[in-house]
Design a protein around this ligand. Structure first.
Ligand code: FAD
Ligand code: 2HG
Ligand code: ZN
Length: 507
């Protein structure tokens, strides 16, 4: 093996397997590890059964299938502590996993890992809701839609949502600092996380479940664990910020011809309606077509197809008629300027849900259709409309026949700039040959525009080499130093997020 630059460091499968085996045999045999895990968690908390493990070893996109010696499902934080201590003593990697809906294969082991896959899904208790404090405290395995429902029972809202809300867990959302479709108004998961309880790599418990809005006791460990993708510890519970309920909503679908027109429309709506504007999602014609083709019970919301579409949602606590009237007036004025070509406002909750379905199932429709090189990029909001149009042309010119589907969170300066193989091409062969060059091309354009190659999905395994290629050395050095300080044995989700130079952890 020759290790040159960080990005070019590669081990053969045999070398990787040999290292994994050596690591285990060096410390404790696999049987001994399983025995200790079973003793700590009981037989129901540990399985090495291939069939049970299989669905959790491959990431949602189907890009990586990892290997694990066991799937462990602790019931409480003490059991998590036991698992972390056993893994530390045995020198075996731990991969924390929530709903396994992540987009960058951070929640599945690497192919050679022989890891302990630590599922938080059994830890899903709602510990408390405090409406007076506008906060909720839940265990890490609680599914997002349950947080929504529980908040609603208390006349409150948890204002972060995304297409995977019925599977994604609070632990995973925090660990990836997830964004979603309400960031425009309320920010990403970091902004909504008040406190965290976590098991650190040495097995100690960080008891940071406070709901304090102000707390200046030095480095913010809560914010360090958020976005750490499980590399600094296992989140076992979290306190989250709630906001007042806003039961009235107006949802509309707009048709327009350019991306700059979309941003201009957002700014006009904000001027007219203030922060009632909670979501503003860009959907290109090609994404809508994929949804209509692959997702059952969907239909085109406007009479004609438009190059671009936008889904807008407004929310208010009271006066639904007033909200609707102000929305109609604002849309009428924008229509008269020609910025938008057509608009349909949902007349009922069912229609509003149907419009949201068109937006939230894009990822699923794209997955059904075939492979895509996904680029979760952000640039300054004001630069995004031109970036989308220009980068699309540049990619289509550079890679003949490539089809760009760029959609998402325009109001946050974040689109999913996904590139599909030419129509009729053999997906697999095209991506094997061209995928790397496409990634580098899109990320170079993003970098040149002052942007980020990971706006909301994280780095995981899939963006590691590109992160190493483009990140500034000071950022990488600081990440590595923090990782080394908290996890000197490198047992917490190794090979994710942090590119280590010339080592086995950077495949
Ligand atoms: P997993 O996929 O299980 O894990 C993700 C990462 O978090 C891994 O690195 C894992 O090791 C770590 N992790 C999980 N639990 C813990 C824990 N308790 N402690 C420490 N580390 C942990 N993402 C967005 O940001 N915005 C979107 O709009 C969006 N839409 C999506 C739509 C669809 C249809 C799908 C499938 C995914 C979407 N995602 C989106 C991606 C995904 O839902 C998020 O990344 C989510 O935060 C992952 O949560 P999870 O519980 O599935 O985590
Ligand atoms: C979304 O916004 C998700 O729908 C998924 O972040 C993005 O599939 C994607 O590329
Ligand atoms: Zn997204």
């Amino acid at each position: 093996m020759i290790c040159g630059s960080v990005a070019s460091c590669r081990l053969t499968e045999d070398e990787l397997a040999a290292r994994a085996v050596a690591a285990i045999v060096g410390a404790m045999t696999q049987d001994a590890i399983l025995e200790r895990l079973s003793a700590a968690l009981g037989p129901k908390g540990v399985t090495a059964d291939n069939e049970t493990l299989a669905p959790w070893l491959t990431d949602w996109r189907g890009r990586i299938t990892g290997s694990a010696i066991a799937l462990v499902s602790p019931k409480n934080r003490e059991e998590v502590q036991s698992v972390v201590r056993i893994a530390g003593e045995a020198g075996v990697p731990i991969v924390p996993q929530g709903g396994n809906t992540g987009m960058v294969a951070g929640g599945v082991p690497r192919p050679h890992d022989q890891a302990i896959l630590l599922s938080l899904r059994k830890m899903d208790a709602i510990r408390s809701v405090d409406p007076g404090d506008n906060s909720i405290t839940v265990e890490a395995g609680t599914i997002l839609s349950r947080v929504h429902a529980t908040a609603a029972e208390h006349d409150r809202r948890f204002p972060l949502s995304l297409g995977a809300k019925d599977s994604a867990t609070v632990g995973g959302l925090i660990a990836t600092n997830a964004g979603g479709t309400q960031v425009l108004r309320f920010g990403s998961m970091r902004a909504l996380t008040l406190g965290i309880e976590a098991v650190l790599p040495d097995g100690s418990l960080f008891e940071g479940l406070s709901t304090l809005r102000k707390d200046n006791r030095g480095y913010d460990l809560r914010q360090l664990l958020a976005g750490a993708e499980g590399t600094l510890g296992v989140i076992t519970a979290a306190s989250l910020r709630l906001v007042p309920a806003a039961p009235h909503r107006c949802v509309a679908w707009l048709g327009l011809e350019t991306a700059p027109n979309a941003l201009a429309t957002l700014r006009r709506l904000e001027a007219a309606l203030g922060d009632a504007v909670e979501s503003f999602e860009l959907v290109p014609e090609a994404a809508l077509a994929l949804v209509l083709q692959h997702i059952a019970d969907t239909r085109a919301p406007l009479e004609k197809a438009h190059r671009w579409n936008v889904l807008v949602e407004l929310r208010a606590a009271s006066d639904p008629e007033g909200l609707r009237t102000r929305f109609e007036t604002a849309l009428g004025e924008i229509l008269s300027t020609g910025l938008i070509a057509d608009a349909a406002i949902a007349e009922s909750e069912a229609q509003a849900d149907a419009l949201w379905k068109l937006r939230e199932t894009i990822a699923e429709a794209e997955r059904i259709d075939g492979m895509a090189a996904k680029h979760d990029v952000s640039v300054p909001v004001s630069a995004m409309p031109d970036f989308v149009e220009d980068a699309t042309k540049a990619v289509e010119q550079r890679f003949a026949g490539a089809r760009v589907v760029a959609f998402g969170h325009l109001g946050d300066g974040n689109v999913h700039f996904n590139v599909r193989a030419p129509a009729g091409a053999d997906d697999k062969a095209w991506f094997a040959e061209t995928g790397g060059a496409v990634n580098r091309f899109v990320h170079d354009l993003t970098h040149a525009a002052g942007g980020s190659l990971s706006a909301e999905h994280g780095i995981g395994q899939l963006k590691l080499a590109e992160f190493a290629r483009l990140a500034d050395p000071a950022r990488l050095a600081a990440l590595r130093a923090i990782k080394q300080a908290l996890d000197p044995g490198n047992i917490m989700n190794p090979g994710k997020l942090i590119p280590l130079d010339n080592s086995a952890e950077n495949p």
